[in-house]
Design a protein around this ligand. Sequence first.
Ligand SMILES: Nc1ncnc2c1ncn2[C@@H]1O[C@H](COP(=O)(O)OP(=O)(O)OP(=O)(O)O)[C@@H](O)[C@H]1O
Ligand SMILES: Cc1cn([C@H]2C[C@H](O)[C@@H](COP(=O)(O)O)O2)c(=O)[nH]c1=O
Length: 212
Amino acid sequence: MAKPGRFITFEGGEGTGKSTQAKRLQAALAERKISALVTREPGGSPGAEEIRALVLRGEPARWSPLTEALLFYAARADHTERTIKPALAEGKWVICDRFSDSSYAYQGGGRGLARETVRRIEAIAIDDFKPDLTLILDLPVEIGLKRSLERHGNVETRFEEMDLDVHARMRKTYLDIAKRNPSRCVVIDANQDIDAVEKAVFSAVKKRYRLK
Ligand SMILES: Nc1ncnc2c1ncn2[C@@H]1O[C@H](COP(=O)(O)OP(=O)(O)OP(=O)(O)O)[C@@H](O)[C@H]1O
Ligand SMILES: Cc1cn([C@H]2C[C@H](O)[C@@H](COP(=O)(O)O)O2)c(=O)[nH]c1=O
């Protein structure tokens, strides 16, 4: 049986550079002959991509925080079962753009759902499945939203439309998660150029997995 792979997640607010860095990390691992799958949430399996389309469109208040958390975890259960766990079992590394910490930060800290409620939904959906390493890209929210808007041709997505104080609470929740989980999480300063962020990311990965 293949040695199980590693499960790495990128987390952070809007436009902090998660997708950019996920691809760069995949390339850096490939240079070391490590095959990694890049996937994303919500999404990453056909069913979860359908839920993505449902949960990301419409007005900011279209879904209550509770319904939203249930939808994100329904997508996550499918993604975990059908994409992430099979890849890890084949010995692949999995790099995921967002995972459970996004639900704690967005539906919890940002939109006010109690942490205990998120935890109970999580327990049903994915049990105690967690990443080995979480890289939290930290950036002032105004800068991230500006980057994100420029990328989307100035059309805001449902979450981008939410007030700045909601985004500020999401950022704070990520930093609190990092404090509570020091052995899993590394906070990366994302307010640097792309190459400098890549270097900080790879240095955290090398340290964790003792790569050269
Ligand atoms: N360090 C950086 N400095 C400046 N621009 C950046 C940096 N990293 C990424 N960008 C640019 O910012 C935009 C958003 O980057 P990216 O899509 O990687 O972020 P993201 O965190 O995945 O965003 P979202 O959560 O909104 O999907 C892209 O246009 C990207 O090229
Ligand atoms: C997994 C997850 C995501 N979200 C939000 C965060 C973003 O606004 C969107 C996803 O868009 P992206 O461009 O792919 O980053 O969904 C959330 O609120 N809760 C979650 O669990």
